[in-house]
Write a protein that binds this ligand. Structure first.
Ligand SMILES: Cc1cc2nc3c(=O)[nH]c(=O)nc-3n(C[C@H](O)[C@H](O)[C@H](O)COP(=O)(O)OP(=O)(O)OC[C@H]3O[C@@H](n4cnc5c(N)ncnc54)[C@H](O)[C@@H]3O)c2cc1C
Length: 507
């Protein structure tokens, strides 16, 4: 019989470490476990990671987080999707919104009907059929109506928040649930002689923290999973070439935009995330085509307000740990892999890894088949998202800089090629259970980036032209009506979750 693992040691106190600690503290409550977090203020955290996606609601619900309290504590705003500016071509913009477009008809997805409607001369864009898109453009927000309250499916949303405040919020929650924190820098990791399992970590002052199960949340360095256990890394930069970022917060504008903006730039793209107290900005770029100094100075000239700190440089290699879980160590967050933040997926990966880990929580035998299953599931999740990101870079008309010519010439992964070929031919998008990006997301990005299929599902030919136009106009006017009833985003924030002002001095 396998026994419970009793001592869980989490190495790292960034978003990953504290999300894991808060979740374990809650979900292992009442059991005979100890949960300890080791973090080093001297090393600090990556300090970025401000945009999320709707599944974060599931994490917050499981944690019994009160939304208004959480939003106040983290200076959060609402995110309804991402606006992509200048991606397809200069001067072009589209939104990848949360939630679905339109409603299913004849048992098939809305986009097939839209494609026929468009081919017949219909002029409404996909945005007109998505509540989050229209609300984002109007700067409005209201929580989703309960299912059935409108003929349209409820819209979806997520948050923008201050990553540092989020980690603090989770830390408070974890410590209230009995998680113990150790401050200090780990300088040594001891392994068991016979099988190399990790036994303990040692800090500079000689303290030794022993455990049965180690969760490596140490960031890009992968202190346990890579530096100690040599799990290996699959480098995916041949598909996603950006490898650097520079981040800087700036003063806010009077209006808080309820969506993330991603603007394609000469050697990558720039993010803009409006929070209650400031705007987060960053330039993600490829070092082959741009120097660090150039990226930082271009970013500083493209801010909406005065910079509030010096630009912070970051380096990364897009890819995934070959074995995110090895022996008695599982890696979470940046220690397990990284896909650049174009679709804000990293915090989600932490959350879904925690859920997977709970489902496959180890006994003291550390069953290799369970570990292999966990690793295969993690790999599949990263691979699906990688393909979605590659689509953004490859399906462009831009040829104005060497970077964009490079992106157009990328030999895309076979998994993406198969999806894209099917879409081009028949407009079919097949999302399998567990896929993060579903039909509406692929449709939004395919269409936004100018990929229009040759055909559509034959069932979309069933309604007459008049009937099809009638349904499309009705749906779009329902979307407009719903959004007109929403308050302005800033009024909503003020009324429900206004955060205390933070006195931050401009540089
Ligand atoms: C440019 C960029 C933009 C991003 N934007 C987004 C976004 O919009 N949305 C999103 O979901 N994600 C985003 N991410 C990812 C997100 O920032 C991370 O997934 C998230 O912050 C988790 O980081 P982490 O906790 O794994 O690592 P870190 O924040 O790096 O934390 C590592 C922890 O380990 C500790 N540590 C390391 N070594 C030692 C040691 N020797 N001894 C003791 N402690 C140690 C550190 O002190 C720290 O506490 C972005 C990432 C980058 C690089």
């Amino acid at each position: 019989m396998q026994q419970m693992v009793k001592r869980v040691v989490i190495v790292g106190g960034g978003t990953a470490g504290w999300m894991a600690a808060a979740a374990f503290g809650k979900l292992l409550a009442g059991g005979d476990y100890s949960i300890e977090v080791v973090e080093s203020e001297e090393i600090g955290t990556v300090g970025v990671g401000e945009a999320t996606i709707p599944p974060i609601m599931d994490f917050n619900r499981t944690m019994q987080i009160d939304e208004a309290d959480f939003m106040r504590a983290t200076q959060a705003s609402i995110k309804l999707g991402i606006e992509f500016v200048d991606w397809t071509r200069l001067g072009h913009t589209y939104i990848h919104p949360f939630g679905t477009h339109g409603v299913q008809m004849q048992g098939i997805f809305f986009h097939h009907f839209w494609l026929r409607y468009r081919a017949l001369g219909g002029t409404l864009s996909p945005d007109a059929f998505n509540i989050s898109s229209i609300a984002a453009r109007a700067g409005r927000y209201s929580p989703p109506l309960p299912p059935g309250a409108s003929p349209l499916p409820p819209h979806a949303y997520a948050y923008h928040f201050d990553a540092g405040l989020y980690a603090k919020y989770l830390r408070k929650m974890a410590e209230a649930r009995g998680v113990k924190r150790h401050e200090g820098r780990i300088v040594e990791v001891t392994q068991r002689g016979e099988d190399g399992f990790i036994e303990s970590v040692k800090l500079t002052d000689g303290r030794e923290i022993a455990g049965d199960f180690f969760v490596d949340c140490s960031g890009f360095r992968g202190l346990l999973i890579e530096q100690t256990l040599h799990a290996g890394y699959d480098d995916w930069s041949q598909w996603l070439p950006c490898d650097r970022a520079v981040a800087v917060p700036c003063d806010r504008l009077p209006t808080t935009t309820p969506y993330t903006r991603s603007t394609a730039r000469e050697a990558g793209w720039q993010w803009r995330i409006a929070l209650q107290h400031r705007i987060g900005n960053g330039y993600v770029y490829c070092s082959q085509f741009m120097s660090d100094d150039e990226a930082a100075s271009l970013l500083l000239t493209r801010l909406d307000g005065a910079a509030r700190a010096s630009p912070r440089p970051l380096r990364f290699v897009t890819g995934i740990r070959k074995e995110p879980w090895k022996k008695n160590c599982v890696s979470l967050g940046l220690a397990s892999g990284f896909l650049e933040p174009l679709e804000s997926t990293s915090i989600h990966f932490i959350q879904s890894a925690i859920a997977r880990l709970m489902f496959l929580f180890p006994g003291n035998t550390f069953d290799p088949a369970t570990i292999a299953k966990y690793n295969a599931m993690t790999y599949a999740e990263y691979e699906e998202t990688r393909d979605f990101l590659v689509l953004h870079y490859n399906a462009v008309e831009r040829e104005d800089t060497p970077f964009w010519r490079h992106c157009r010439a990328i030999r895309i992964p076979e998994t993406l090629r198969a999806k894209w070929e099917m879409y081009k031919e028949s407009a079919n998008i097949v999302a399998v259970p567990g896929d993060l990006f579903r039909e509406s997301s692929w449709f939004a990005v395919y269409t936004g980036q100018g990929c229009i299929p040759r055909s559509w599902h034959p069932f979309a030919n069933i309604p007459s032209t008049t009937e099809l136009n009638r349904r499309m106009e009705l749906m779009s006017s329902d979307v407009q009506k719903v959004v007109q009833g929403f308050p302005m985003h800033d009024d909503y924030l003020r009324a429900h979750c206004a955060a205390p002002p933070i006195p931050e001095k401009p540089m």
